[in-house]
Write a protein that binds this ligand. Sequence first.
Ligand SMILES: Cc1cc2nc3c(=O)[nH]c(=O)nc-3n(C[C@H](O)[C@H](O)[C@H](O)COP(=O)(O)O)c2cc1C
Length: 382
Amino acid sequence: MSASTTDFQLTSGYDFVKTFTDTAFRAINALPPETARAVALYGSRFLKRTRVVDAARINQNLWSLLFSNPIGLAAGFDKNATAIDSLAKIGFGFIEIGSITKRRRRGNRDSPRLFRLREDMALINRLGLPNDGLESVERRLRRYFNKTNKSSSVKLDKIRPVLGANIAPDPSSLHDTALCSEELVDCFTALQPIVDYITLNVSCPNVEYKLRDFYTVNRVAKMIDGMRKVEPGRRRVALLLKISPDLMPSEYLGFADFAKDGGCDGLIVGNTTHSREPTLRSSEKNQQGGLSGKPLAGTVDDILRDIYKHTEGKVTLIGCGGVFSARDAIQKILNGASLVQMYTGLAYLGPKLIDQMRFDFSTLLRQQKLESIGQAVGRAID
Ligand SMILES: Cc1cc2nc3c(=O)[nH]c(=O)nc-3n(C[C@H](O)[C@H](O)[C@H](O)COP(=O)(O)O)c2cc1C
């Protein structure tokens, strides 16, 4: 039986845009975007823990991990693991740290390198993978791991969100495949004992190298092969690939086949895009870099649907791009995603949005008499 998102009507009367009224958040949103991001990360430590406990129908078990809800924080927001404690309070079901490269990177030198496209509810960034490097980020993740694994509590509202680390090839090593793979294996080896899953980012659009030529399925398979040979720590972590929404169908279906054949444990669709819809209205629309937010949603939904259909639902998918509400999230789930991630929606609407989405999400499922997210995954596909 198929269902479309128009079947899902909210009757709760909640309006997520109300979240925008928070004064502190509005002040942050008036700052230049890169400063706003830094202030928001720092300011998040003053947030109170959310009291909402997720309904059982929105819990999910994937890769032997318990996700209390399907809403995740996408990579790029907390690149250096400086705010996991605070972000964990907001109510995310999972948080992805990074992207992390073996060595510290300052990113691209131009300034500014992050732009708001308010009229389009979008961002353009050309940060170029700035991050503190493996050693520093690993130290912070280890501290968090040690702290959160001391507790023997099994109460769901006390359980920390699932924690992922996103690792990326260092653009300055890309010319040398062997070196590049070696650095990734180092990242994987150091991080796998202290996180729940690892994402290999093969889609950063903001580096000087022509990534499309580099990230063929064959090359990526070789990189993953090295990681798969690493002796597992306490358990084998799930390994995901984050692909670009700019891939041609033959390219993304190639990655889908790779995943279906057991090459990796799932796909994140996707990163920011180089493409610019003619409908964009903001004055910054021609800035170079990767576009994120609302304009990306349709493309990502199409790719999810194609992959789900092609693989007969056999590959676990995370939908990422233009999620601003529970309804956006459910659209991705109906199109085949099991989980969703968001970045730009959080930047525009603020942290209160996540509680709202958890509540709305559960309401949407209940209205449709769906007992679990699993029953909604792929329902829009005939
Ligand atoms: C400022 C910024 C920085 C980002 N940095 C990363 C990154 O380091 N690694 C990564 O895999 N994705 C990164 N992303 C992409 C996001 O994780 C996400 O895939 C993309 O923004 C689409 O989701 P959204 O529309 O909800 O923002 C970044 C996005 C933004 C806006």
